[in-house]
Write a protein that binds this ligand. Structure first.
Ligand code: CA
Length: 222
């Protein structure tokens, strides 16, 4: 799942980026409102973490423009301002949640997961595909009720395939969900993850098909 952080305080931006990457999100970070506005016209995100006090273009304007373009990604506002009017204005403009600085990283992470879930699955932490169940919050999967040994990246691949089951997902789309733009992606990394994942689930009749030249497909009826 891919997150954009818009925060001009370099220390906070860096800390957020690192902790969310550790939590296995693909994270991009920009430091002013204009850069945020540009990247949001070009790239889809599963969540935007948005500071309000930003250089060049304020957070409220970034949010306003984003919603005017019809971008539906959930937005979590970060603000030092504790004023009730700011929160109300943010929510009125289409923000989904807010956190007042300073905040605890575990709380931020919990809200991030809740918001992404709300956007993707209508609130449930669990994705089900035949005998396969993925707990997107606990980052665990079971197959026929038994724990499935998966690496963090394999879980990431599985999550994207399950969210889009029955549709072809390209290698580029998978990479975009797993890596930020400044992270190195090995040439065959996605193929390797899909290959390993396939071997672990195929015995239970869960088929991940390779569609040549297009990508991968989690067969709808497992
Ligand atoms: Ca700021």
């Amino acid at each position: 799942m891919r997150i954009l952080i818009v925060e001009d305080d370099p220390v906070l931006a860096d800390g957020l980026t690192r902790s969310l990457r550790q939590a296995e999100f693909a994270v991009d970070c920009v430091h002013d409102g204009e850069a945020a506005d540009h990247i949001l016209t070009a790239q889809n995100y599963d969540l935007v973490i948005l500071d309000l006090g930003l250089p060049k273009l304020g957070g409220f304007d970034v949010l306003k423009r984003m919603r005017r373009r019809g971008a539906a990604a959930p937005v979590l506002i970060l603000t030092a301002r504790d004023a009730l009017s700011d929160r109300v204005k943010g929510l009125d403009l289409g923000a989904d949640d807010y956190l007042t600085k300073p905040f605890d990283l575990p709380e931020l992470e919990a809200r991030v997961r809740a918001l992404i879930r709300r956007g993707q699955t209508g609130g449930s932490a669990f994705l089900t595909h035949g005998p396969l169940i993925l707990d997107t919050s606990g980052r665990r999967a079971t197959l026929n009720g038994l724990p499935l040994e998966l690496s963090a990246r394999e879980i990431g691949v599985l999550e994207v395939l399950m969210l889009r089951s029955g549709r072809v997902v390209s290698k580029e789309q998978l990479a975009a969900q797993l890596y930020g733009w400044d992270e190195e992606v090995g040439a065959n990394a996605i193929e390797v993850y899909v290959h390993r994942l396939r071997k672990k689930v195929e015995s239970a009749g869960v088929a991940i098909r390779t569609i040549r030249g297009l990508g991968y497909l989690l067969e709808k009826n497992a």
